[in-house]
Write a protein that binds this ligand. Structure first.
Ligand code: F6R
Length: 364
């Protein structure tokens, strides 16, 4: 039931603090300040490589996880969309962990990829929201998200819950591989415990973002830019916008823009920049200046520090709380979801049932 909300998508966006907390509860031991995964009968320390496979929004959660697994656990990660992975004859060596991410647990290409990896002797881990799904049944390591049923076709709360589980998994792999001290693990647990409050702080910008919808709704094209783990968020922002508002949108790695898409920039193309302050910020700001020098209109999503430094001259700014880099992708998901939602509402599209789309894609 939608309760006081106008659409399921809106309700599901607002459920995120609760369902992310609910999901994290089964992966964190708060008193001991450790990460805890479900019981498994093999040693994760023996994993020498991770292959991540998924589709759509779940694939973007996997892209974020690649940054985390490499940075924290120093594990090599290969990632692909399921429809490509299956047919490219991937090299799968012994000792590999194959990780599948899916809200429904039934997406045909992802399930076929899972079976391919199983036949090739990989250990199979799945992050799924439907515990009775085919993928859940066929996994060696089941990592459930506890997002509750997701009705809106555009995935929102399942995505942030996937990120929460993947962050916990990254920390766990890092501990197993001796890459995190006890203190560092405790710090990560503390940050994850803070996430729901940070999601609430992000949701508090709802009305302000609704007020910006008229700036984006008339556009024919919109560009999203991000760097590092916020690059997949740029891809996710673009996907959300195109699927529910039918505006053409593209996500790009900030630094890659000058290798082509900058040719598109003029006054009519809004550019949404996702850039938490931190070591990558300066570089992204210079990419932003390249956009502005060509008349491009920038919406900057950053924290107070970032906005103080680079907010001047932007079409609009959206201030996120200052958060640990590990949880930034979860928090920055909220404004991109809200922006897509409000633009779609402004355009009068069918937000929960966008044309041509199905909630669960069971054909290949
Ligand atoms: C986008 C969206 C889709 C799904 C994709 C995978 O908002 O919902 O891109 O993410 O079809 O679905 P699952 O996660 O069920 O495998």
């Amino acid at each position: 039931e939608k309760g006081n909300y106008r659409h399921f998508m809106q309700k599901e966006i607002f459920e995120q603090p609760v369902v992310v907390a609910q999901t994290l509860r089964s992966y964190l031991r708060r008193v001991e300040q450790t990460v805890a995964l479900p019981q498994i009968d093999f040693d994760l320390a023996s994993i020498n490589r991770v292959t991540i496979v998924a589709c759509g929004t779940s694939f973007y959660a996997g892209m974020v996880a690649k940054y985390w697994f490499e940075q924290f656990a120093r594990l090599p990660v290969d990632i692909d969309v399921a429809s490509e992975f299956r047919y490219r004859d991937p090299v799968l060596e012994p000792g590999g962990l194959a990780l599948f991410i899916s809200q429904s647990g039934e997406t045909a290409d992802t399930l076929a990829a899972l079976r391919h990896c199983k036949a090739a002797g990989q250990t199979i881990a799945v992050v799924v929201n439907v515990p009775t799904s085919s993928m859940a049944r066929e996994a060696d390591l089941l990592l459930p998200t506890h997002a509750g049923p997701e009705i809106g076709v555009a995935s929102t709360k399942a995505f942030t819950c996937q990120l929460a589980v993947l962050a916990a998994l990254a920390a766990h792999l890092a501990v197993k591989r001796g890459r995190l001290t006890r203190a560092e693990e405790a710090e990560i647990v503390e940050q994850l415990v803070e996430t729901p409050a940070c999601l609430n702080a992000a949701l508090a910008h709802d009305e302000e973002i609704a007020g910006m919808a008229h700036l984006i709704a008339p556009a024919r094209d919109v560009l999203y830019l991000g760097r590092g783990p916020d690059y997949p968020l740029a891809l996710e922002g673009a996907l959300k916008l195109k699927e529910i508002s039918y505006i053409h949108a593209e996500g790009y790695a900030s630094g890659e823009m000058k290798h082509g898409p900058i040719a598109l920039i003029d006054e009519a193309v809004p550019v949404i920049v996702l850039a938490p302050s931190g070591p990558l910020f300066e570089k992204t700001v210079s990419n932003m200046q390249e956009v502005r020098a060509r008349g491009g209109k920038v919406v900057l999503i950053s924290d107070a520090e970032g906005i103080a430094e680079a907010g001047e001259g932007c079409l609009a700014t959206i201030e996120m709380p200052k958060v640990h880099p590990l949880i930034a992708p979860l928090v920055y998901a909220v404004p991109v979801q809200l922006l897509a939602y409000h633009v779609a509402v402004a355009k009068g599209t069918d937000v929960d049932q966008p044309r041509n789309l199905a909630k669960s894609v069971t054909v290949e």
